[in-house]
Design a protein around this ligand. Structure first.
Ligand SMILES: Nc1ncnc2c1ncn2[C@@H]1O[C@H](COP(=O)(O)OP(=O)(O)O)[C@@H](O)[C@H]1O
Ligand SMILES: [Mg+2]
Length: 234
């Protein structure tokens, strides 16, 4: 579960990036966060990752109050979340297999576990055939699939994605969204920040809308046809 309770973030510059934002995301939900550039979406994500501290308010993720978390626990906390970015952030000198395996090595998984779980994860994202390829040999959509496999390899309860389809064409973007939907249907809570209005509308999921730092819309509680109708505009 993710809970934001009256959270505000003012940067040192005085910029009020997030203003009094509250929402709760239950385990197993799929939620989009939308809003114009500069509306505070990435700041929300950084707050959830504890890369930033809120100026006010409380954030609870998986029953942990981030404001009370000891600093030494933060790396472990972050490893328990899957995170995906617009620019993929793969290690360019490692193969697809090694990029995914790396995330598991970091948490000390034994070799036999890695040899078993990486192929399973690559199969799930549809990249079994490309396990020996390097990132530069892949399309954008494929690179994002590798990044998603890496984000999921340690079985996080929550997957956070900041504009995961921002660098992809429409078709690849659709494929990535369907993959995220699949992952969600297997139980992972998924939060996706996106600009793809059309995909958001098509998918009929809960939509949180940000505007100049404030939460101005949340379709939570609406039935799916109403969500589709209201989509991005509410
Ligand atoms: N490190 C920072 N220091 C000061 N202001 C920032 C910083 N990061 C973002 N901002 C500002 O905070 C606001 C929200 O930014 P951001 O969360 O990146 O929005 P979004 O992801 O919706 O485009 C913007 O006005 C942006 O300029
Ligand atoms: Mg952003």
């Amino acid at each position: 579960m993710i809970e934001m309770e009256r959270v505000s973030k003012t940067y040192e510059t005085g910029c009020k990036a997030v203003k009094n934002v509250s929402f709760t995301i239950a385990d197993g939900e799929f939620v989009f966060v939308v809003g114009k550039s500069g509306s505070g979406k990435s700041t929300l994500l950084k707050l959830l990752l504890k890369e930033l501290e809120p100026t006010k308010g409380r954030i609870v993720v998986n029953d942990m109050d981030l404001g009370r978390m000891p600093r030494r626990y933060v790396p472990k906390y972050r490893r328990g979340l899957g995170v995906v970015f617009q620019d993929f952030r793969l290690l360019k000198d490692l193969t697809v297999f090694e990029n995914v395996a790396f995330a598991q090595r970091v948490v000390g998984a034994p070799g036999r576990v890695i040899r078993e779980s990486v192929p399973r994860m690559l199969q799930m994202v549809g990249l079994s055939a490309k396990y020996k390829a390097y990132p530069r040999q892949l399309s954008g959509g494929e690179q994002q699939r590798v990044a998603i496999a890496r984000a999921l390899i340690n079985s996080p309860r929550v997957l956070l994605a900041d504009e995961p389809t921002g660098n992809l064409d429409h078709e690849n973007a659709g494929g990535i969204m369907r993959l995220l939907e699949d992952i969600n249907s297997q139980g992972t809570t998924v939060l996706v920040i996106t600009h793809s209005q059309e995909l958001v509308r098509q998918m009929g999921k809960r939509v949180i809308t940000m505007d100049r730092g404030s939460l101005i819309g949340d379709t939570a509680g609406l039935k799916i046809p109403e969500r589709r109708r209201r989509g991005y505009e509410n």
